[in-house]
Design a binder for this molecule. Structure first.
Ligand code: SF4
Ligand code: SF4
Length: 92
């Protein structure tokens, strides 16, 4: 079982140093997780450290492909409010 990093990753390096398994690597166009090395932090931490520190919602998925930090979870902004705000900004 392993987590994965997807396109919305901004290559900030935050997750790189906190991984206890050295499973995260710098790659193009974004960082990736070596599935053979990722332990989902079991035995080291109660929570996946990469997802705990990642500042981008939906950038890290669990083994089922579900975002660990879903929309609104880090900003506290409900997704529908964010969509409204983006529409308003684009209309300026
Ligand atoms: S879940 Fe843990 S072991 Fe897997 S990549 Fe993230 S920090 Fe590393
Ligand atoms: S912390 Fe998140 S945004 Fe930063 S490199 Fe890791 S996956 Fe990408």
């Amino acid at each position: 079982m392993a987590l994965s990093i997807v396109d919305s990753c901004v290559n900030c390096w935050a997750c790189y140093d906190v991984c206890p398994s050295e499973a995260i690597y710098d790659s193009k166009p974004h960082f990736k997780i070596n599935a053979r090395k990722c332990t989902e932090c079991e035995g080291d931490y109660a929570q996946p450290q990469c997802a705990s520190i990642c500042p981008i919602e939906e950038a890290i998925l669990d083994a089922s492909g579900v975002a660990i930090n879903p929309p609104g979870s880090l900003t506290g902004i409900p997704p529908e409010k964010m969509a409204e705000a983006l529409q308003e900004i684009q209309a300026r």
